[in-house]
Design a protein around this ligand. Sequence first.
Ligand code: J9T
Length: 278
Amino acid sequence: MRIDVVSIFPEYLSALDLSLIGKARQQGLLELTVTDLRGFATDRHRTVDDTPYGGGAGMVMKPEPWALALGAALERSPRTADEPGERPVLVVPSPAGEVFTQATARELALREHLVFACGRYEGIDERVVDWSREHFEVRPMSLGDYVLNGGEVAVLAMVEAIGRLVPGVIGNPESLVEESHSDGLLEYPVYTKPALWRERPVPEVLLSGHHGRIARWRRDRQLQRTAARRPDLVAALDPAGLDRADRAVLAGAGWTVAGGRVLRDDTTGGDAPGSPVA
Ligand code: J9T
């Protein structure tokens, strides 16, 4: 996979030299280039922003440096524009984008070329997005409902989430199977030695060696946790994937399967999370 990142703070992305993603780059599994947008400024002050038409606070990123930088990224594409096959994906981090999820990460991990455009200030001139649609599949992407100072931190998160799904990047691919969100539930709690720590014992079932009981206990904790912390995920569960024991745990947390869906028993409670669980 090839990844290009364009930013006015390329040093921000130096974390991608480290750990698993850094190793994957050294091994040639990921080819990642970070370029400085200012290198594509057209004046001697290397200006990349200007005042917004229509007035308002802050500055807007100028279109031409972006078109030049994205054009340079296109030239590094493993495929040329007239070759058949997929276009590169242009990911534009923005609180106004679609929400980036594990499903998005899985989808993007299958693509050959991803380009990330890190905006700063009040954003990038919208015509850059229009122009880019002629060359890229453009995906404005949000990490969630909060605002950052620029796209760089969001790109770090997305590149890590996507990069670890590229075959060979994670040594033990089995560890990908059980993770949070892969089955629509949060992870179960984990424990290690010592068995008794500051008067707190590890749950006894985990010391029992009884694999069936351990699996059931973990599944119950996943369901309880998800019900308490992420009712949105419980409501999205497919009842076909829930056995009798699952349904009993969910019933205890105030959820019932009816009409092919998982429904909250008491709808007067609104979206407030349930009581805290481990
Ligand atoms: C400037 O970018 C952001 O503020 C941003 C990007 C991605 N997700 C967010 N929630 C915010």
